[in-house]
Unconditional design. Structure first.
Length: 132
């Protein structure tokens, strides 16, 4: 299982704590209770852990994730091709290391996509060859 933090939920929790602290300071500006603040942070952390355990219901399906990956590879190749063309035409704003890095990024991403495709085809063949 991959443990990753959803940045939007972290930002939302930070904003909630900030608004709670502001409302407390507006109500009682002369006293600051560090224990109450610590408890609020702990509660926010517990709610974050509960969210992580329950999972994320907004995870996209495989088809859209695969399409996004293919579109990303395509975009990398278009950018690399455009940079190479501009460099070949003598555009002074494009330098050789930038072109080479873009070409390598597009090459690596295409190779990775090809490997994923090969694994998918292999898995499909394995499923199709299973006895019913």
């Amino acid at each position: 299982m991959v443990d990753r933090v959803d940045i939007n939920s972290v930002l939302m929790q930070m904003r909630q704590v900030k608004s709670q602290l502001r409302s407390q300071s507006a109500n009682a500006p002369q006293s600051v209770n560090p224990q109450a603040t610590l408890n609020q942070v702990r509660q926010a952390k517990l709610s974050e852990n509960e969210t992580a355990v329950r999972g994320d219901n907004t995870v996209p399906d495989f088809q859209s994730m695969f399409k996004n990956a293919i579109d990303s590879v395509n975009a990398n190749q278009k950018v690399a091709g455009d940079l190479a063309t501009r460099f070949e035409q003598g555009d002074p704003s494009v330098d050789l290391p930038e072109v080479m890095i873009a070409l390598q990024k597009s090459s690596v991403s295409f190779q990775a996509m090809t490997q994923v495709r090969n694994k998918l085809v292999e898995a499909y063949k394995d499923v199709m060859n299973m006895p019913v």
